[in-house]
Design a protein around this ligand. Sequence first.
Ligand code: COA
Length: 367
Amino acid sequence: MPYAHITGWGTAVPERILTNDDLSKIVETNDQWIRERTGIAERRIASEDDSVSSMAVEASVKALQVANLAPTDLDLIICSTSTPEYLFPATACLIQDKLGATKAGAFDLLAACTGFIYAVNMAAQAIRSGSIRSALVIGSETLSRFVDWNDRKTCILFGDGAGALVLQASPQPGGVLSAVMRSDGSGSDLLTLPAGGSHMPATEETVKRGQHYIHMDGNEVFRFATRVMAQATREVVEGAGLKMEEVRWIVPHQANLRIIQAAARGLKLPMEQFVVNVDRYGNTSTASIPLALVEAVEKGQITPGDKLVMVGFGGGLTWGALAAEWTGPLPAEKIVHPERYKYRARIRSILRRLWRLIEGIIWGREV
Ligand code: COA
């Protein structure tokens, strides 16, 4: 049975930085309150030109470059997002087209902020089963477009960004070791975007009532998060057959520094073992774990052989954890240039659309 290794990684964030002081000009808040209650100092906000797929493609090309894998060698693309570009088609299909991943299946996965853990586990299990050899897993969000900028209880928390990992099969032991995936739908109303789905299609009234924005019971979510983080970490470490002492890094969902500190206390681990960048990006939902993970790898903190745990929680309610042994890129025979496929893909996509148009005209004439 092959092992599923993480062989490539990349991130992309919008250029625009929104500081706490900037926010204090929009709602009644201040830098001190936000820092003390959340640990957040600033976050990135998507411009009109940024989208879930554009950031995902930028992160994915970097991940494919690290893995030295051509997009055409990808078997599967999973985009984890709570802010898809459309209800359908899946944003993963837009990414597939822009990358030129012509042989990959593509779908979106929605498990709110826990989505990245679910998605990596799904890709790893597909590789472990032998049904695919490689997968691209992306977490990408433009939460700023669903935030009520008049609600100081939520607008201070969220930010935009994307992270991507390439997973590949190898007979070498290591890679994804175990995973825990949990949910509790009885808490579905605690963190929700009420309108715009089939339950409550968007109308003038829903827009007037602000039901197309994120609604959250912050205190309840806080309590839930502090309860599940340590518990899921312990479970996944045990599932991997490891002892807690063997785990070098914990990469938690970056929602609130106080939640991460509570998890550290619960696990009796020093904060130095926790990767934290919530101060600079805020809560980027399903992008937060890859944003933190990749930063730690690029800083040289996470190195081959390290055992690590990614752990998250979010709307649903959902929570989960994933244990992995870090490996890095597989040995390669030749250098590929994943970025070059983007231009070919663009031309192919335009030609396909043109061809459909011509076919439509021909068929129209015949009818
Ligand atoms: N600036 C200044 N004051 C604020 C504020 C802001 N941005 N937001 C709320 N307040 C005020 C409240 O109105 C309240 O005032 P009151 O006591 O006069 O009523 C006071 O601060 C305390 O509010 P409270 O909601 O109890 O604060 P808190 O310490 O629980 O922090 C959160 C609020 C949202 C930061 C915290 O509950 C949290 O992080 N929850 C988890 C959210 C989360 O992680 N969600 C994503 C999950 S993936």
